[in-house]
Design a protein around this ligand. Structure first.
Ligand SMILES: C[S@@+](CC[C@H](N)C(=O)[O-])C[C@H]1O[C@@H](n2cnc3c(N)ncnc32)[C@H](O)[C@@H]1O
Length: 215
């Protein structure tokens, strides 16, 4: 369930952008939010490495990767978002598909980013999405997730309000779950969690082991 504001924000781009701008203030603004994935993984990647932005939307979080010279593929379920991405970031290769079952070759990416998108999935689908990430990463490749985390005392109320107005029940469910443990159970190693923005946001990095079997 979600309020009437969520479909409105997805239909009218300016509402979506305004909500993103306001909600990213606690982390230092939109540019910082969009750059969190790159900031975490850049030191581990070769120049021009292949990167997947899973649930890329219109490509805003892929933009810093493109500017840094990486070869970026963006996957999203929404043709509308992908059309916008084509206009804004033509250098990004675009794939329309489901993150739970992406039409992409195994072990084809050095890095995968999921920026504020995992909370959109129900628990069982989330497991499928993360397992797909493990399969799509090259052995030794890295995943970075940036998403909601239960906020500390100062931002607890604003976060509840934000979730009630703009998110679905899947976001509330994700806030109850321990994502680092889920990633380890699925087969990721070197799982590391940073809490940002008064704990309202988590950035998790995790690695596909070099020796892992195909998930
Ligand atoms: C909140 S937006 C985040 C977009 C982008 N990652 C960003 O940081 O701006 C979530 C995106 O997930 C996409 N999405 C939702 N369910 C999906 C699915 N099952 N498979 C692929 N994309 C999905 C939506 O179309 C939307 O573009």
């Amino acid at each position: 369930m979600s309020s009437f504001l969520r479909p409105l924000a997805y239909r009218h781009r300016w509402i979506y952008d305004l909500v993103t701008a306001v909600s990213s203030l606690s982390v230092g603004g939109v540019d910082r939010l969009r750059g969190l994935g790159l900031e975490a993984l850049r030191p581990h990647l070769k120049p021009e490495a292949t990167v997947l932005d899973l649930c890329c939307g219109s490509g805003e979080a892929a933009a810093p990767w493109l500017e840094a010279g990486f070869r970026v593929t963006g996957l999203d379920i929404s043709p509308r978002a992908l059309a916008l991405a084509a206009q804004r970031y033509p250098a990004m290769e675009r794939v329309e598909g489901l993150a739970e079952d992406p039409p992409l070759k195994e072990a084809s990416f050095a890095a995968i980013q999921m920026s504020v998108a995992l909370h959109e999935f129900p628990r069982t689908d989330r497991e499928a999405v993360l397992t797909s990430c493990l399969r799509l990463l090259q052995p030794g490749g890295s995943l970075v997730l940036v998403d909601l985390h239960p906020a500390g005392p100062w931002l607890r109320l604003p976060q509840r309000l934000f979730c009630a107005l703009f998110e679905t029940d899947t976001a509330t469910a994700m806030l109850e779950d321990d994502l680092p443990s889920q990633l380890e159970r699925i087969g990721f190693t070197a799982v590391n969690q940073d809490l940002l923005a008064g704990q309202a946001l988590q950035r998790i990095t995790a690695t596909r082991p070099r020796t892992s079997a195909t998930p």
